[in-house]
Design a protein around this ligand. Structure first.
Ligand SMILES: Cc1cc2nc3c(=O)[nH]c(=O)nc-3n(C[C@H](O)[C@H](O)[C@H](O)COP(=O)(O)O)c2cc1C
Length: 390
């Protein structure tokens, strides 16, 4: 299924529908789902409706400039690809494929620790920059190994995710038998395997890519961590602010803290050496009931007061969403599901199509607003609810 052009694919929702058609339910729901009642996940996207645009009409903006810099790195677009674990379930060599598409578009790909492709292979697959997202599965020594490999591969920033002291309660994963399917025990798996047979094209591609995987970026004493162990490993992978001391020492490069929700944590992140932070609630996959990210962006920007770069993710499905986040002061945004659906729907061409949809949406919105460059976007182009600034 590589038909990603109009009229079949017009927006990100179409890519989501195409992913649903190609992927087994357990894989689609892994991408699409959130924690508990999924309120935060839905609100992340809905809250963009609360921000109204205020255009300047009759301004000639023949061309618009989307280029910006993040941590001193020039990028062609004001959005990056967020860390999305296990992308190799969506498409063969999924992490390499997505990184390549991101690099061709001139932006950054963030590789999750919990990926199916080794960091060296992913970096080699793209001409774009790669950031490495760290979680402490397997403990400190294992994480140090991951940091060393990311450094050797040439990753340019380390993204430390701080909102995962325990895995979120994703009810869809429980219903679909995710835990049973990764157990490797045939009788345990049996009640759930039929969803794979309903997607034979996916299954053939998955098996040809090596089938059930291990995590090559989590090197334990006896080799890469098997999938079956991820649940238990996540339970023990808590990161605390004290860990930033050894992380900073081991990495010796720019650190991005991902998972900031409040002014207090924003200040704490700076105190612990963050050069940038991502206002993120993990796409509503962790603590359900936290505020949507756009809602807390003004609070975080005010607390940071220019001392670090502030990025945001969550719920971005349209170019106008990106523009609204930039108007509220984000340096750039990260997209998660928007590219994950696309990868699951159609591999590399899918990711390229998702990027094109967002890029053209940003360009159109900026022309309609009368803004010639992302550097010109500010609060004057939006109207936000009064209580957001209190
Ligand atoms: C399938 C999936 C897997 C994810 N895996 C990770 C991960 O391994 N590490 C991490 O920090 N965030 C992970 N995230 C969260 C994303 O990096 C990002 O914060 C979130 O997807 C943004 O929301 P959006 O999907 O609405 O764009 C994952 C998200 C999805 C959808």
């Amino acid at each position: 299924m590589n038909r990603v052009d109009p009229p079949s694919i017009v927006n990100i929702a179409d890519l989501r529908a195409a992913a649903r058609k190609r992927l087994p339910r357990v894989v689609f729901d892994y991408i699409d789902g959130g924690a508990d009642a999924e309120w935060t996940m839905r609100e992340n996207a809905r809250v963009f409706d609360d921000v109204l645009l205020r255009p300047r009409s009759a301004v000639a903006t023949a061309s618009v400039d989307l280029r910006t810099t993040v941590l001193g790195q020039s990028i062609e677009l004001p959005f990056l690809l967020a860390p999305v674990g296990s992308s190799r379930l969506f498409w063969p060599r999924g992490e390499e494929v997505a990184a390549r598409a991101g690099g061709e578009a001139g932006t950054i790909y963030t590789l999750s620790t919990l990926s199916g492709c080794p960091v060296g292979d992913v970096k080699a697959a793209t001409r774009g920059p790669v950031w490495y997202q760290l979680c402490l599965v397997g403990g400190r020594d294992v994480a140090m190994g991951g940091i060393a490999r990311a450094k050797a591969a040439g990753c340019s920033a380390l993204v430390v995710t701080v909102d995962t002291p325990v895995a979120g309660n994703r009810e869809r994963d429980v219903r679909n038998g995710t835990k049973e399917l990764v157990s490797g025990a045939p009788f345990t798996m049996l009640p759930y395997v039929f969803q794979f047979l309903a997607r034979p094209r996916w299954l053939a591609a998955f098996l040809a890519d090596g089938g059930l995987m291990k995590f090559p970026n989590v090197m334990l004493k006896d080799g890469p961590m098997p999938y079956a162990d991820v649940g238990a490993a996540l339970e023990q992978s808590m990161v605390s602010w004290d860990d930033f001391t050894w992380i900073r020492e081991a990495w010796q490069g720019p650190i991005v803290v991902k998972g900031v929700h409040t002014a207090d944590d924003a200040r704490r992140a700076i105190d612990h050496g963050a050069a940038a932070m991502v206002v993120s609630n993990h796409g509503g996959r962790q603590l359900d009931g936290v505020a949507p990210t756009l809602r807390v962006l003004p609070e975080v920007i005010a607390a940071v007061d220019g001392r670090a770069e502030v990025l945001i993710d969550g719920g971005i499905r349209r170019g106008s969403d990106v523009v609204k986040a930039l108007c509220l002061g984000a340096r750039a945004v990260l997209i998660g599901r928007a590219f994950a659906y696309a990868l699951g729907a159609a591999g590399g061409p899918g990711v390229t199509r998702a990027i094109d949809i967002l890029r053209s949406g940003i360009v159109r919105t900026m022309k309609l607003l009368g803004a010639a460059s992302v550097r010109d976007l500010d609060r004057s182009f939006v109207q936000i609810p009064g209580d957001w600034l209190k």
